[in-house]
Ligand binder design. Sequence first.
Ligand SMILES: Cc1ncc(COP(=O)(O)O)c(C=O)c1O
Length: 324
Amino acid sequence: MQQTRLDTARIRAARTVIDPVFLDTPLYRCEALEPVLGCTVSIKLETANPVRSFKGRGTELVASGLAAAGERAAVCASAGNLGQALAWSARGRGLDVTVVASRFATAAKLDRIRALGARLELVDGDHELARERAAAIARRDGIRLVEDSLDVETCEGAATIGLELAARAGSFDTVLIALGGGAMATGIGHVLKELAPGVEVVCVQPLGAPALTRSFHQRRVVTTESADTIADGVAGRYPIPAVLDDLLLVADDAVLVQERSIITALRLLLDHAGLVAEPSAALGLAAVLEAPERFAGRHVVTIICGSNVDMPAYRRWVTPAPTS
Ligand SMILES: Cc1ncc(COP(=O)(O)O)c(C=O)c1O
């Protein structure tokens, strides 16, 4: 097999650096979801940690590397979860973190970034503008720019989820992975292709933010003019070429889902699994809802990768419209 940028020995070593609070997350069969979805469903729960998303696995690696190199500061662009996780990982290591985010980002995420002591700068545009601004700050201040999915630590941190899944390989057929910048999909995909090649790796994006999925199918970078989805964690428009190259090596498929399926999946997770998920974390189940025949009789694992929501919006999503 052609090589990705990732290395399984480094991913194993990463486990010794990442705070155990992010590791060995629950993986369990959720039978209550199965009658609705028509397949066997297991959940990998990445929300029961201090930042309520999987991103802490990667930021622990980034921050420990920075501290070891004697760096004092870093800047990143974030839709919210990377920024929150980097702020958490930096706090105990004496690192100053600046997070650049869209002013339209989920307010609960921005509040947590501030509460964790990071400096927050808002841009009047989307995540791609935040990426440009973060790069400009890094150049101006001569500090490390942490680029999610491009920086291999962010992928290898997420890839530790893959090790935990590979340890249970044989019990499931397919892993459904939310696809944003691609750190999670390339990380988990790398490990599964190496340690459990029989497992199908399926990435899921919203139809409203399809850039990396389109790029995967066309085998070249495809950008979009805009992104319009409630799944804020995956709403990028400019795929990173090196990440696409890795994704092409480790993903079996990438599919797009509609907003209404994401909302139905959020409701299912609350009603049948007792889980608050953010929209990005519901993408896997949305994919099953849209193609039940594809997954019928299979055992799928879906990664519940974040639960940072603004409660008023979340309540609207999970409350069915009154019928008259
Ligand atoms: C909750 C959640 N799900 C999915 C993703 C997408 O992950 P990636 O950018 O690693 O593809 C993110 C990214 O921040 C996220 O916060």
